[in-house]
Write a protein that binds this ligand. Structure first.
Ligand code: GRF
Length: 200
């Protein structure tokens, strides 16, 4: 399967996915990386020799024009799957129209708890003892799409946001690569809230 990865941050999840796709027999190839700003992900893509492009909101008249530009930039690479690996923008209607059902996101909390851009900080502030990683299909909401996989991560009393987030990312890097491979091989059957990857 051809995948385009979208990122906005340090790109450690992207790096993990680059490495996973380069193991023997992995059923997906990253054909391009898209970012909405200069970030670590751009460097990881360049070092790995993967095509990359930037579609920055500030370079477009408004969010709608940005939505169309991002859709066209991603579509140019003919992806079978689009992976959001820390992409910090909400996809617009043009993007959803084009890729709905084929967009996978990873979120550093056990959805529906702690949606949004500060999941790790919010979980710490709430005082939960267990949080975790969620991999889900993206729908038109924010972190609301059907869940494909989840894994718990314990919160330690001395955790600060960075320490907890890094521990979650260790899980995310593995879980995302596992889910992407499974979806690439067997697809996803989803009806309403339920999205199931058919078993072997
Ligand atoms: C990940 O924890 C992802 O779930 C969140 O942003 C983080 C991206 O990490 N949305 P990195 O930029 O890949 O290191």
């Amino acid at each position: 399967a051809r995948i385009v990865v979208l990122a906005s941050g340090t790109g450690s999840l992207l790096q993990a996915l680059i490495e996973a796709t380069r193991t023997d027999g992995y059923p997906a190839t990253i054909v391009a990386v898209g970012v909405d700003r200069d970030c670590g992900a751009t460097e990881h893509a360049a070092e790995a020799g993967v095509a990359h492009f930037t579609v920055a909101l500030r370079d477009h008249a408004d969010r709608s024009a940005w939505d169309v530009a991002l859709t066209e930039s991603v579509a140019a690479h003919r992806p079978d799957l689009v992976i959001s690996a820390g992409f910090m923008k909400i996809f617009g209607p043009a993007f959803m129209e084009r890729f709905a059902g084929r967009i996978i996101n990873t979120h550093p909390a056990l959805l529906p708890s702690f949606p949004g851009a500060h999941a790790v900080r919010d979980a710490l502030a709430y005082g939960v003892r267990v949080t975790g990683s969620t991999v889900h299909l993206v729908d038109s909401g924010v972190d609301t799409g059907p869940i494909l996989a989840q894994e718990p991560v314990e919160v330690r009393v001395d955790d600060d946001e960075a320490a907890l987030h890094e521990r979650i990312k260790i899980v995310e890097r593995r879980l995302l690569a596992e889910v992407v491979a499974a979806v690439a091989l067997r697809g996803v059957v989803s009806d309403g809230r339920k999205a199931v990857i058919p078993s072997e």
